[in-house]
Design a protein around this ligand. Structure first.
Ligand code: GDP
Ligand code: K
Ligand code: MG
Length: 267
């Protein structure tokens, strides 16, 4: 039986560099069915039964670009055994926006904080144990370019994939938001596994039309949307985006130490 691991991250996070380092020449390049978005799959070096899938670079699991739709449909429909979420360590705040969404899919996640060589040169420090605790997933530091940490990452990703452990979200948004998410989860049909419910509930609350297309039954969540929008005097999509940034700020405060303040080095 073969294992599938997907590589997901922002554009320029080092996905292709890591993919090439982990698969060598053992790759197949094509297009995703029906669209001109590149599809790349390879065999993980040293693990002959493990396929690595390079997903399109994306900033969000929203439905606004072809790349986002391709990546999320793959993750939802194919359900890889694990996701390697690669983030640019020099731009971690921005990259974590996608990560907070990937954590909600219920698929086991390991985070690879890339560009370790640049971080070290700058004297910046990412406290990976803390980051791991706050995200609820394993975190490793790598330099995809220099090859640092990538064997360890691959071994851990394979172990995680084999474990079949479902990912659970450790972070909670504001109480009023969590209450409405729970209510919405309760309306979802039984064919949606428990660990995937948060993702679908949030997408429905965000009025994501494209997610409705891939759900067998779509509950009416207009009451829940109303309740949230009245409570916050804002639209649900903005409310949830804001909750993600509150969470990300708390992560940055606890997990990142910069040698020089951004304010002093602004250029
Ligand atoms: P992708 O868009 O996510 O596929 O990113 P790429 O793999 O194309 O990498 C974007 C740029 O970052 C390229 O110029 C890479 O050489 C560079 N890069 C990737 N990983 C590292 C790394 O660990 N350290 C450094 N210094 N540069 C890297
Ligand atoms: K770059
Ligand atoms: Mg690339």
């Amino acid at each position: 039986m073969s294992i599938k691991v997907a590589l997901a991250g922002n554009p320029n996070s080092g996905k292709t560099t890591l993919f090439n380092a982990l698969t060598g020449s053992n790759q197949f390049v094509g297009n995703w069915p029906g669209v001109t978005v590149e599809k790349k799959e390879g065999k993980l070096k040293g693990h002959k039964d493990v396929a690595l899938m390079d997903l399109p670079g994306i900033y969000s699991l929203s439905p606004y670009t072809l790349e986002e739709v391709v990546a999320r449909n793959y993750l939802i429909n194919e359900r890889p055994d694990a996701i390697i979420n690669i983030v640019d360590g020099t731009n971690i705040e921005r990259n974590l926006y996608l990560s907070t969404q990937i954590m909600e899919l219920g698929i086991p996640v390991i985070m690879a904080v890339n560009m370790l060589d640049v971080l070290e040169k700058r004297g910046d420090k990412i406290h990976i144990n803390k980051l791991s605790e706050k995200l609820g997933c394993e975190v490793v530091e790598i330099s995809a370019l220099k090859g640092t940490g990538i064997r360890d990452l691959a071994n851990k990703a394979v172990k995680l994939a084999e474990s079949k452990k479902k990912n659970t979200v450790v972070h909670k948004f504001a109480n009023e938001v969590e209450e409405v998410i729970d209510e919405t989860k309760g309306l979802l049909s039984a064919d949606i596994p428990e660990e995937q419910k948060r993702f679908f509930a949030i997408k429905l609350l965000e009025r994501d039309e494209k997610i409705r297309e891939i759900m067998r039954t779509v509950p009416d969540v207009s009451k829940q949307i109303d309740k949230l929008e009245k409570a916050f005097d804002d639209d649900t999509e903005s409310i949830i985006t804001n909750e993600r940034y509150v969470y990300i700020s708390s992560i940055i405060k606890d997990c990142v130490t910069k040698a020089k303040s951004d304010k002093l080095t602004a250029s």
